[in-house]
Design a protein. Sequence first.
Length: 360
Amino acid sequence: MRRRDLDYAVIAVMVLSGLTVTVTGVVADLFGLRQVVYHSTAGYVCAGFVLLHVVINWPRVTAYVRRLFSGRRKRETRVESRDEEAVATPARRQVLIAAISAAGGFLAGWLVPDRGPDLPGEARDIGELYHEWSKPGWAALLPSPEWGERPPRYKTYPDAERVPLPAPGGFQGLRVEGALQMRRSIRSYADRSLSLAELSQLLWAAQGITEERRAFRAAPSAGALYPIETYAVVHEVADLASGIYHYAVKEHRLERVERGDFRGAVTQAGLYQAFLGEANVCFVLSAIFQRARWKYRKRAYRYVLLEAGHIAQNLYLEATSLGLGACAVGAFIDGSLNDLLGVDGVEEAALYIISVGPRA
């Protein structure tokens, strides 16, 4: 391969890796992500090939620097000098183009408005519009059949393989104050399996029944309607095959929805945040909205999201008490995560991911 061909190949890799860094960086900035798969790797690749590009073109670089700081523009008569003259002008153009491109990128980020579609009234975003629309008024007190009927209290997979879980409640870990003090979002996990007992304890803390007579659960729910369903995307749990499981609250057991390794799928759905595939299990909270909608009507969505937050905090505190690390994730591709769970995204939709694994 000639040096010129090598130079072009290096430039092509620099451009591709630079574009990857840019795209993943924009995604991370838009969604407030701490890490994205390929972002750091592409950055190191780009930096390495920039260095290689400089090494390959070192004679030209040094010639350009000498000319830049020489203070004179006399015409050279030697062949080597004519070659340097031919190279210096493109080099200056490349530097100028790079500077203009960088400045243009920064200006575009500052000047281009981040606006969505026009909304009625003075609402600035869809969240503000919903917040205003869902405020209670006298009309909410009137009977209205348009909000549908009450659905079943429990979701089941009648044809799924059932996995019994160890009885929860025997573990005595940190006091609440200690767990609150130590709770952090942990994204690095040690290389060991979770036990089935630990998984059982986490599921019970999330949504387990704590009062048999009225079937009250560990997390509060508006009207005790419990619209949230909990799925476990299991990567590495002792005595449990990898796959997607649904937590059957009433019987405190798992129902296997699908068997297989879904590390790549959950990482991709989570906008390529690498730790989702490195955790031992990713809990995914979904909502069957009609369980709350039939009673709370237009305020139902508020209550559903509040309940998801209660459950996520329970998982955080229980993981901390067990000496595990947890991290809640709200940035994901809804369609991909819904497809992973096998839900339609309308009647039931994914709301939250909480990764859990041993602290590194």
